[in-house]
Design a protein around this ligand. Structure first.
Ligand code: ZN
Length: 229
């Protein structure tokens, strides 16, 4: 048994210092062998796999930042505008967040769908400069993305209909996003084929109205909880 002569206590777990006065136990008459013989009272922390956690984040984000700056600067110098480097910059960020939030994160499914929809929006927007017909972004790509996301959350809600509270904010977010493509077409004054984006907006608005009608109280309390009001 280890002892601290200052505190006059016996210590029954393996430690180098007295838990009360923090004196080094080998300095006050306990041998190293004695310390080694004493069993640990609690399990040792398991070692983390290499490149997990913060180190991976730091390495990836630092490489991403320097690579992005290099690509944008290079393209700006050569062509005087930024088109192709945006794609790589957003794709690299997309891959990182896909790995970090969607595959390894502990978020629940509707949250993942919402984050994924936002991420893909950024990637799709980065294609604007290189697509032969950039208007298909608002006419086709974004409406499909938001519709699929909305359906995915709706299906999840239908399965978990008993506890919908946490997921309501996600379906509201994605439904609000459904309005973006049509608004973009109207603002850009470039609507040749607006059927899909209009339909997406109507579905989004219908979901918003329905959610607000039936779950307004829950949404308010969820918002308060989320933002600590
Ligand atoms: Zn002590």
């Amino acid at each position: 048994m280890l002892r601290c002569p200052y505190c006059k206590i016996s210590i029954s777990t393996r430690t180098d210092v007295c838990p009360l006065c923090h004196v080094r136990l080998t300095d006050v008459g306990n041998s190293k062998e004695e310390i080694k013989r004493t069993p640990r009272a609690y399990p040792q922390r398991a070692s983390l796999p290499p490149l997990s956690g913060n180190l991976f984040d730091k390495v990836y984000l630092l490489s991403w930042l320097s690579l992005s700056l290099a690509m944008i600067t290079a393209e700006l110098t050569v062509t005087a505008h930024v088109r192709f480097s945006w794609i790589s910059v957003s794709l690299l960020l997309y891959i990182y967040l896909l790995f970090r939030i969607l595959l390894r994160g502990s978020e629940y499914f509707p949250q993942k769908v919402t984050v994924h929809a936002i991420l893909l929006t950024v990637v799709i927007f980065s294609l604007r400069g290189v697509l032969p017909h950039p208007e298909i972004i608002a006419e086709f790509l974004l409406p499909v993305l938001y519709l699929v996301s909305n359906i995915a959350i709706a299906v999840f809600l239908a399965i978990n209909y008993k506890r919908p509270n946490r997921y309501l904010l996600n379906i509201l977010t994605v439904s609000l996003m459904c309005v973006i493509p049509f608004l973009a077409l109207v603002i850009l004054d470039d609507y040749k084929n607006f059927v899909l984006s209009l339909a997406t907006m109507i579905i989004g608005l219908a979901v918003i109205v329905g959610t607000l009608l039936f779950r307004a109280k829950t949404i308010v309390s969820e918002l308060k909880r989320k933002f600590h009001l």
